[in-house]
Design a protein around this ligand. Structure first.
Ligand code: KG4
Ligand code: ZN
Length: 345
């Protein structure tokens, strides 16, 4: 039984997070969210790095104390190497390096996207992990892709967005509606009171398993501009129906390709991961396919959907067991494909 204790650090975007894992069990998962970006309608990279700088020590200290361990119990330090905002990643990377060096333990680099997917292997009494091979729809603010997961360290991206990510579509359309950033969770909430069939928006027609979300964004923008000319209060009067209709369209686009992939590859183990996997309509669509198509579905616990260090600690634990350590000269990288992270240096 593996009982190694690993500290994970995540700082790829606007959440500073630290988590402690023992074996595959999370002992603590602390995050400091940066509310400062809400006023700007999106993440401001300069402000994000500065806030990480302020948050990282208190967040790590809290994760260690809440896990009820001492620093000397830590066997390795894992950190997000990429993808993400470079300035943000550099804060976590530098901090992880210094800590690993001062504790005299190995340093482990983690690919953020692989971590979203492998969050499904965090031990939980009530949830079984997926069986290989499975499909994972990985949907966040920066990425949207269907990944064929053959093993922990053998994954193939079979479809990806050709323009915006699904979370980005939620956030940009929310901005058109005048909603705060990030708009995804707000649209989800308002949609609960709306009629999802009120409005129809353009859907992309792309080959294979690729996605596109810029078309729906433009379609919403033109529609709103046209309606506002007739009625300046159009958004306010219809916000719930607008949110429900947009959410239905995005979820349909996501599910169409996922269903096609599952059918073509004959894989019924289907997971979702990433920030948008928190969306209640997407979760409901997965549930419905479990009943309709016999899918075995895997939906992450809410706290492991948006960016968190628990998932980083999980991958670091798997790499620790394999003895895959990073050199202290390792550097953060803004672009970092999942497939690239499996290449041996
Ligand atoms: O994975 P994540 O925390 O960060 C990235 O790696 O990008 O994902 C953040 C994204 C944002 O675009 C946010 O609007 C979206 O996830 N999101 C949601 C929901 N919760 C978060 N989108 C739709 N419905 C939600 N409930
Ligand atoms: Zn993420």
């Amino acid at each position: 039984m593996n009982n190694s204790i690993i500290l994970g650090i995540e700082s790829s975007c606007d959440d500073t997070s630290a988590a402690v894992i023992r074996g595959n069990k999370i002992l603590s998962n602390i995050a400091a969210n940066q509310e400062i970006h809400n006023d700007y309608g999106g993440v401001v990279p300069e402000l994000a790095s500065r806030a990480h700088q302020q948050n990282i020590i208190p967040v790590v200290e809290k994760s260690v104390s809440q896990a009820n361990i001492q620093q000397k119990d830590i066997s390795a330090v894992g950190f997000t190497r990429g993808p993400g905002l470079l300035g943000s990643l550099l804060v976590g990377t530098s901090f992880a390096k210094s800590l690993a060096m001062s504790l005299g333990v190995p340093l482990i680099e983690v690919n953020h996207l692989q971590a979203h997917i492998l969050a499904h292997f965090i031990e939980d009494a009530n949830i079984m992990p997926p069986k290989f091979p499975f499909l994972c729809l990985t949907v966040s603010g920066g990425h949207t892709m269907i990944v064929l997961v053959k093993d922990y360290f053998d994954m193939e991206i079979i479809g990806r967005t050709t323009d915006d990510a699904a979370g980005e579509a939620f956030d940009k359309i929310g901005k058109i509606f005048g909603l705060d950033y990030p708009a995804g969770p707000i649209i989800d909430k308002l949609a609960k009171n709306g009629n999802e069939n009120s409005f129809q928006f353009n859907k992309p027609r792309l080959e294979n398993y690729d996605y596109s979300f810029s078309g729906i964004k433009t379609s919403v923008l033109y529609f709103i501009q046209k309606e506002i000319k007739k009625n300046p209060d159009f958004i306010r009067e219809n916000i719930d129906d607008l949110c429900a209709s947009v959410q239905r369209s995005i979820v349909e686009i996501l599910m169409d390709k996922l269903e096609k992939a599952s059918k073509d590859l004959n894989i019924n183990e289907v997971a979702i991961a990433g920030g948008v996997s928190a969306n209640s309509a997407l979760r409901a669509a997965m549930q419905s396919n479990a009943e309709k198509l016999g899918w075995k579905i895997y939906i992450p616990k809410f706290e492991y959907t948006t960016d968190n260090a628990a998932m980083i600690a999980m991958v670091a634990q798997l790499k620790f067991q394999r003895g895959e350590f990073a050199d202290l000269s390792v550097s953060a990288t803004a672009r970092y494909d999942i497939e690239e992270s499996f290449k041996k240096p």
